[in-house]
Design a protein around this ligand. Structure first.
Ligand SMILES: NC(=O)c1ccc[n+]([C@@H]2O[C@H](COP(=O)([O-])OP(=O)(O)OC[C@H]3O[C@@H](n4cnc5c(N)ncnc54)[C@H](OP(=O)(O)O)[C@@H]3O)[C@@H](O)[C@H]2O)c1
Length: 328
């Protein structure tokens, strides 16, 4: 591996892989060198848009490529365990799309493997690295609204039409909580830090048996609460509000913040936190930097937090009786 750059390969050339490739083009010490897709023609079509890069029609060939240092796993949820395991086993560093696995037991296995192989592993929770979230952390630390007491976050999209789509398909480990809920859950963890001490949830399971609307109520230590909802049954909206004694902070599009409004007795102050391109450049910068520094995990998205959130999602699915085929 070169000392000054990381050569990236992509497993799965679907929708999100494009956002990754666009973001990566803005990261100076990252290079996209290869892509693998099991769908005929897809990798070649993808590579034509982001030249020069090598193309593989199976994932094993990509992880055996000695000129690939790190792998971005961009397949659907159900494949993450196998794909990450494959890449780590071949000595690659890994950045894996959210949710990093479908349950905590799978993630525990991957964390142990990454440790054994001494390789970097991170969940690609891109929101955590965006300028708006950095600004939000600064605002919270400045005490502008006082101690944040309550977080309300909602993420909804309109995607309940196709039972085969990865959002609704149980064979692809679909469902609102794993696909969408992971964002408000991360948001609450970002604001409050650490894990909740108590939680409960409710869901409505649709025709494919996965949750199409689910809500989560979390109590964090020292009297702090989060009320979170995700659903694929409404017009696309994501918004979050944080309440404190001196006022509130509204985060417009908290998944990919564009503006932050601080509302206190002295009025409203708005911060423009838009970013260029896909926004994936920030998480890629972090992963690339960690890998070049020889770090095996990121302090911004530590594995312990991915695991804490995965355990919560396990608990919620347990409350609703929702299991995926590979868990039975
Ligand atoms: N960070 C974000 O904002 C964001 C947004 C959307 C999605 N995501 C995450 O990104 C990941 C992929 O989502 P996506 O929307 O890109 O998914 P997608 O385009 O539907 O599928 C991605 C890849 O997964 C494989 N795949 C999909 N369906 C399959 C099936 N039925 N059988 C076998 N393989 C299948 C294919 O790999 P091959 O190319 O090898 O055929 C496909 O190219 C998920 O983890 C999702 O949660 C993140």
């Amino acid at each position: 591996m070169a000392a000054d750059r990381v050569r990236w390969g992509i497993i799965g050339c679907g929708w999100i892989a494009h956002a990754f490739a666009k973001g990566l083009s803005l990261v100076p010490n990252a290079e996209l060198v290869a892509g693998a897709s099991r769908t005929a023609g897809k990798a070649a079509e993808f590579a034509a848009q982001y030249p020069p890069m090598r193309v593989y029609t199976d994932y094993e060939s990509l992880v055996k490529d000695p000129e690939v240092d790190a792998v971005y796993v961009a397949t659907t949820h159900n494949f993450h365990l196998d794909n990450v395991r494959l890449a780590l086993s071949h000595g690659k560093h890994v950045l894996c799309e959210k949710p990093i696995t479908i349950n905590a037991a799978q993630l525990e296995e991957l964390i142990a493997l990454a440790k054994e192989k001494k390789r970097f592993l991170m969940e690609a929770l891109w929101t955590r690295f965006l300028p708006g979230i950095t600004k939000l952390k600064e605002l919270l630390a400045s005490d502008v609204i006082g101690t944040p007491r309550v977080v309300n976050a909602f993420f909804g999209i309109d995607r309940d039409d196709d039972p085969e789509h990865r959002l609704l398909n149980p064979r692809l480990a679909g469902g609102a909580v794993l696909d969408l809920g992971v964002y408000p859950l991360n948001f609450a963890h970002i604001v409050f830090g650490g894990a909740p001490e108590a939680s409960t949830s409710l869901a409505w399971l649709g025709r494919t048996g996965v949750d199409e609307i689910s809500s989560y109520l979390l109590r964090f230590p020292e009297g702090r609460m989060a009320m979170l909802t995700s659903t694929c049954k409404v017009a696309e909206i994501d918004e979050a509000v944080i309440y404190g004694k001196k006022g509130r902070i509204r985060v417009e599009k908290f998944l990919r913040p564009v503006a932050i409004h601080v509302e206190t007795e002295s009025g409203t102050e708005t911060f423009d936190v838009r970013f260029p391109s896909s926004g994936f450049q920030y998480e890629i910068e972090e992963a690339t930097h960690c890998i070049l520094k020889g770090k095996t995990e990121s302090s911004v998205m530590p594995l312990s937090e991915s695991l804490a959130i995965m355990r919560l999602m396990d608990r919620f699915r347990g409350e609703w009786g929702l299991t995926y085929p590979e868990e039975r």
